[in-house]
Ligand binder design. Structure first.
Ligand code: ZN
Length: 213
């Protein structure tokens, strides 16, 4: 590594989408804007009322409403799980009962299959809902939607990335997840745009649907 060539972070302008070195972008109300887009952006910001929390008048979803949305999604997912367990458990217990001392491969395979199916179903649910409805049923019920920082809806890549960041990186790794979920929640709580860790990584915002012009 040569100290003469420091890595210059290249970032996208939130308005035109072109990439610039970090130093060529100004940050206005949490949006990175290039020199060319700055005048138009500022006048738009003034027109929408500079006093509002965001230049576009968005109201961001805070910790508790988002916690509530995740809780509702959790409940929705518990219903098929409870049914599945009720159907499978007698078989699994019977399979286990045949060989109580050595670990039963049938039991392990059943558990693994269940876990994989559960995870994939969760992934499909969240990614498809984000793509086509801008939010899961829980978020929809709480009046929230997920958008990009520039107001666009999410691309497939962002939907997948957001699912992966929250479910695998932040809350999926045993032991580390308790720390990461806490850190992510604090980030969300103190941020003026209510960005959790996955929102920062994926450049997404969770806002109230009614606050979109
Ligand atoms: Zn620009």
């Amino acid at each position: 590594m040569s100290p003469e060539a420091p890595v210059q972070t290249v970032l996208a302008c939130s308005q035109c989408g072109r990439t610039f070195p970090h130093s060529d972008l100004v940050q206005i109300a949490g949006n990175r804007v290039c020199a060319e887009c700055k005048p138009a952006f500022l006048s738009r910001m003034m027109a929408s009322g500079a006093a509002s929390a965001s230049p576009l008048g968005w109201r961001y979803g805070g910790f508790w409403i988002r916690f509530g949305a995740r809780f509702i999604d959790g409940l929705i997912f518990m219903v098929p799980v409870v049914i599945l367990v009720a159907v499978l458990m007698p078989n699994l217990i019977r399979a286990r009962g045949q060989a109580p001392v050595v670990p039963n491969p049938a039991f392990a395979a059943g558990f693994l299959t269940f876990f994989v199916v559960f995870f994939l179903a969760g992934a499909c649910y969240e990614i498809l809902m984000l793509k086509y409805r801008s939010g899961t049923l829980g978020k929809m019920a709480c009046g929230l939607k997920v958008i990009r920082s520039d107001g666009r809806s999410l691309s497939w890549g962002v939907c997948f990335g957001r699912f992966f960041m929250w479910n695998v990186v932040t809350s999926g790794i045993p032991y580390i997840n308790s720390i990461l979920v806490l850190v992510s929640s604090i980030m969300l709580g103190v941020d003026n745009e209510k960005r959790a860790l996955h929102d920062r990584v994926c450049d997404t915002r969770v806002i109230y649907k009614q606050s979109v012009a």
